[in-house]
Write a protein of this length. Structure first.
Length: 467
């Protein structure tokens, strides 16, 4: 049993309202069907009675024309003696509708004859429903004016018709009431099943509100609107979870990565404050502080860019980019640096390669890979940049002859601020490869690396080709 508050809450649910709507529509449809059927049956029975009365009227009218009321009396006497069908009421009135002949069956005994005198008639048949003292509309009377202005009336009981209609009404109630209960129960069951994903979503929202972002709504296993809603809701929860995790990781990385430069910055300031040297020393300390602050700002901006790319919050201005033109421009910029370091920088690009990308972000990706190769390639080395296409993807490879990466370090080179032993002597933030991976994946692409220590390494990015 539901308690009173629970009953009130249940009546406010969508399932209960849907069940009421189902029941209401079913009841309305049933009543409409009953009314239509009842009208057709009633009309059909009435026409059947009127045809029988009309046939009797025409037969008696013909007999009257041939032999007057004597023929009518003789015919009715034979009919009452030998026929088993229900007898008719027959009345003949004069021009003023005073009764000249009256044949009254037993069930008409309580009928008031004066009602028949009040019926006006003409050459066509006039139909009049009458009733006696016990039943309403129990008789149907057809009246016609004969050629000599006399009135011929034939009536028939409609009790059989009423009995059939009453039986029909009773059967309708006996069938409809259980069907209404079944319709409400079926509607409640269907609504309960249909709204189950909604209840699961409500439970997931409550869990998420309590801090559990890893909760998911069970799949419905269907391709309907509710199944699509569940899929989209789970995708939204996954996106929110990724954003929150990205924020936590970004804060952790910022806190970890800023600790050393902030300590260095504080140390420089403390040394400058405690020093008795002149303005030149203070100016030099301020210059070091500015350099350190620039390094911190660059680190913060890079970390924020990586977090936005990894969580899908980065706004990419996608457009068709001609790969060869982009690579040619980047290689020309870094060719001067490579020449100063005694490194050969070459480019090979297959013509007609186009990709959908953000030109600014793509420039950062290639630039970071080139800077990384220039940093770890010794004088006299070589760097090759090549672009090819395969299976609706464009591949850009940056290959160098540098120091390479050890196999145990390969899985971790994409981590933020990770620097293997060979690179610790080089300046940098340790965020370049993390930025490359995040930006490439933001473009729906992927990046791979292959390397042998002492023989160099090859970074390959794959991006969807533009059609």
């Amino acid at each position: 049993m539901f308690s009173r508050p629970n009953r009130k809450a249940f009546r406010k649910t969508v399932g209960f309202r849907l069940a009421l709507w189902y029941s209401g529509i079913f009841i309305f449809s049933s009543v409409l069907l009953f009314g239509f059927s009842y009208f057709n049956i009633s009309s059909s029975l009435r026409k059947q009675d009127q045809r029988a009365i009309e046939s009797e009227l025409k037969e008696l009218a013909s007999l009257y024309e041939m032999g007057g009321m004597d023929f009518i009396e003789r015919k009715l006497t034979v009919h009452r003696k030998f026929e088993k069908e229900e007898p008719f009421l027959v009345r003949v009135g004069d021009a003023t509708n005073e009764t000249l002949l009256l044949i009254l069956p037993n069930q008409w005994m309580e009928f008031d004859i004066k009602d028949l005198k009040q019926i006006s008639s003409n050459s066509s048949i006039t139909w009049t429903p009458l009733h006696n003292r016990n039943s309403k509309n129990a008789f149907e009377v057809g009246s016609i004016r004969l050629p000599d202005r006399h009135v011929l009336q034939v009536g028939r009981s409609i009790e059989d018709r009423e009995r059939i209609l009453a039986h029909f009404r009773t059967n309708f109630l006996l069938i409809t009431v259980p069907l209404i209960v079944l319709a409400f129960a079926g509607g409640a069951f269907v609504a309960f099943r249909a709204l189950r994903p909604i209840r699961h979503i409500i439970g997931a929202v409550r869990s998420a509100a309590s801090g559990r972002m890893d909760t998911r709504v069970p799949s419905t296993g269907t391709d309907d609107e509710l199944g699509e809603l569940v899929t989209l809701f789970n995708q939204m929860l996954k996106r929110i979870e990724a954003l929150m995790q990205g924020m936590r990781d970004a804060l952790d990385n910022v806190a970890h990565d800023l600790r050393t430069p902030m300590t260095r910055l504080r140390g420089i300031a403390e040394i400058a404050l405690s020093s008795d040297e002149g303005p030149d020393a203070c100016r030099e300390s301020l210059a070091e502080c500015m350099e350190e602050s620039e390094r911190i700002l660059k680190m913060l901006n890079t970390l924020m860019d990586i977090s936005e790319a990894e969580t899908g919050a980065m706004k990419l201005e996608l457009q068709r980019v001609k790969v060869c033109d982009m690579l040619k421009h980047i290689v020309e910029v870094y060719d001067y640096i490579a020449e100063d370091r005694g490194i050969s920088l070459q480019m090979q690009c297959k013509r007609g390669l186009w990709i959908m990308a953000d030109p600014t972000r793509l420039y950062q990706i290639i630039s970071n890979l080139l800077e990384n190769s220039l940093k770890y390639t010794a004088r006299g080395g070589r760097i090759d940049v090549a672009a090819t296409a395969k299976d609706a993807e464009v591949f850009v490879a940056v290959r160098d002859t540098g120091i390479g990466i050890r196999e145990k370090d390969l899985p971790r080179i994409w981590d933020r601020s990770y620097r293997c032993d060979q690179s610790r002597s080089q300046s940098g933030l340790g965020l370049g490869l993390s930025l490359v991976k995040a930006f490439v994946e933001a473009h729906k692409g992927h990046v791979e690396v292959s390397s042998q220590p002492g023989k160099g390494c090859t970074f390959t990015i794959a991006l969807p080709a533009a059609h």
